[in-house]
Design a protein around this ligand. Structure first.
Ligand code: BES
Ligand code: MN
Ligand code: ZN
Length: 497
């Protein structure tokens, strides 16, 4: 979708449909300016008050573009970036109902900064238009808008910056969604790594892929153990974005869980509402890969490394078994008591390897525990961090990034005593901590492999939807991409101050 910004008069705009978000406070002014004394138009908007979720389409003769759809936003001081995204996605649905090719969306009068509002409108529209059609053999039944124009009243500079960022970010989110929605047989670890290499070439970040031999040489015992039951070899992929103007000398390292399919292994999952969702168990990887796409395309002045340990988890003949003790990359030994707690096994090796970069901060994204879904539902991710003096500030920054970005996260505590649930009779630790506080014990497990500032985001809930919600269609949501981009943008802004 092409995205542009214009300040020309609405009446002259040559598009098939104009979307006009209007607040209650601004309703009379907008109606006066747009409808004027067009009698049929005035009748059509008579009952439109600008209340939230109100929607009316009018056909105006004095317009290049005949169709104008008014969207109510409610009270001006209550408008949020998220309400603009949702509204814009509703606009995309309207556009697809009318099967139009070109759409303009007006920037409403609110208390929000123009740049952020413009970004939110574009994001909502592009994300709301997303369809995954790769495996559909019939002719396209949907409709695609070709061009979106953001209409700004006067100064178009901030609107332009926002619209451009909104497009890049939304396209990155779409990349993540595509990866999650891919059929498992199309995303073996090897194929996933090839895709990362392709994206690196396309967007300008470095990629190197380790094969099984290298992974073995490096002693990634966790990743190798999970992979034992699989016919497909594991991969470990490292991405790097190091611009000359980076604000940081020590890198920020991102880690994404890349379990391309999680059967549970010998601790096999039931099919319904469990294993049947597990092509999404690489959603952390997808978010990290797509965040690298966005960082590169936005040309963010920040040094970032990203790592994807990838394998599937299967009950093959050679599969690891409950009771196996595994020597991890860090040297710690882990007693595996449930082969379905595989995510932490592969992440632990990546977190341990991350030490070699002397990182400023490590952030991992992982569909790690069903317990996170129970705790926070399917809209919010759980965030945890290691307990040092910087912990509250790190958590706050991630929560703020969640609020701004539309990828909300909520903190879980990381008190020391939770680690006791991981005590093993035979090894340094167990890979499961029992039923209580399942997301936190997973976090405590990972913490053992870190010796640097670290944030863990458990995205098991919001990474995949069984039914559409807001600007997310069924399937992969791309959760985490916008969260990471916003986190990094603030990191840059604070460093440049
Ligand atoms: N991939 C799952 C977690 C998951 C569950 C993601 C639901 C998305 C939706 C993970 O590998 C897993 O199986 N976790 C186990 C851990 C348990 C065995 C300690 C879980 O949550 O049941
Ligand atoms: Mn599992
Ligand atoms: Zn898993």
């Amino acid at each position: 979708m092409k995205v542009s910004v214009t300040t020309i008069d609405l009446h002259e705009l040559d598009v098939d449909l104009i979307l006009l978000p209007v607040t209650e406070d601004d309703r009379d002014r907008v109606v006066e300016a747009v409808v004027g004394d067009d009698e049929t138009g005035l009748l059509a908007v008579e009952d439109f008050k600008g209340a939230e979720d109100e929607l009316v389409t009018v056909y105006l003769s004095g317009f290049q573009s005949r169709r104008v759809t008014f969207f109510g936003l409610g009270s001006a001081d209550a408008v949020s970036l998220e309400s603009l995204r949702k509204l814009s996605a509703a606009g995309a649905a309207t556009a697809s109902r009318f099967k139009v090719d070109t759409v303009a969306v007006g920037l409403p009068e609110t208390e929000l900064a123009t740049e952020a509002a413009s970004q939110a409108l574009v994001e909502g529209f592009v994300l709301g238009s997303y369809r995954f059609r790769k495996y559909k053999t019939d002719a396209d039944d949907g409709h695609e808008v070709q061009r979106l124009v953001v209409h700004a009243e006067s100064n178009d500079k901030p609107a332009r910056r926002g619209a451009e960022r909104g497009r890049i970010v939304a396209e990155a989110v779409s990349t993540a969604r595509d990866l999650v929605n891919l059929s498992p047989n199309d995303k073996t670890p090897t194929l996933l790594s090839k895709e990362i290499e392709r994206l690196g070439k396309k967007h300008g970040f470095e990629v190197s892929v380790w094969d099984k031999a290298l992974i073995t040489e490096e002693g990634m015992g966790g990743l190798l153990a999970v992979n034992l039951g699989s016919m497909e070899p594991p991969t470990f992929t490292i991405m790097e974005w190091q611009p000359e103007n980076a604000v940081n000398a020590k890198p920020i390292v991102l880690v994404g869980k890349g379990v391309v399919f999680d059967t549970g292994g010998l601790s096999l999952k039931p099919t319904k509402d469990s294993m049947d969702l597990m092509k999404s168990d690489m959603a952390g990887a997808a978010a990290v890969i797509a965040a690298m796409e966005a960082v590169a395309r936005l040309d963010l002045p920040v040094y970032v490394i990203a790592m994807i340990p990838a394998t599937d988890n299967r009950p093959g003949e050679n599969a690891y078994v409950p009771g196996d003790v595994i020597k991890m990359h860090s040297g710690l030994t882990v007693e595996v008591l449930n082969t379905d707690a595989e995510g932490r096994m592969i992440l632990a090796d990546a977190l341990s390897y991350a030490k070699t970069y002397n990182p400023k901060l490590v952030v991992d994204l992982a569909t790690l525990t069903g317990a996170a879904v129970v705790a926070l539902g399917s809209g919010v991710a759980a965030v945890m961090t290691n307990q040092d003096d910087g912990a509250p500030a790190r958590t706050d920054a991630m929560v703020r990034a969640g609020e701004r970005s539309g990828d909300p996260v909520h903190p879980l505590p990381m008190f020391d005593h939770y680690a006791e649930q991981l005590k093993s009779d035979v090894a340094d630790m167990k890979n499961v901590g029992g039923r209580e506080a399942g997301s936190i014990t997973a976090g405590k497990f990972l913490e053992r492999f870190t010796d640097y500032p670290w944030i863990h985001v458990d995205i098991a809930g919001p990474s995949f939807l069984k039914s559409a919600r807001g600007y997310h269609s069924v399937g992969g949501t791309g959760f985490g991409v916008r969260l990471i981009v916003e986190y990094l943008r603030e990191f840059v802004a604070l460093a440049q101050k």
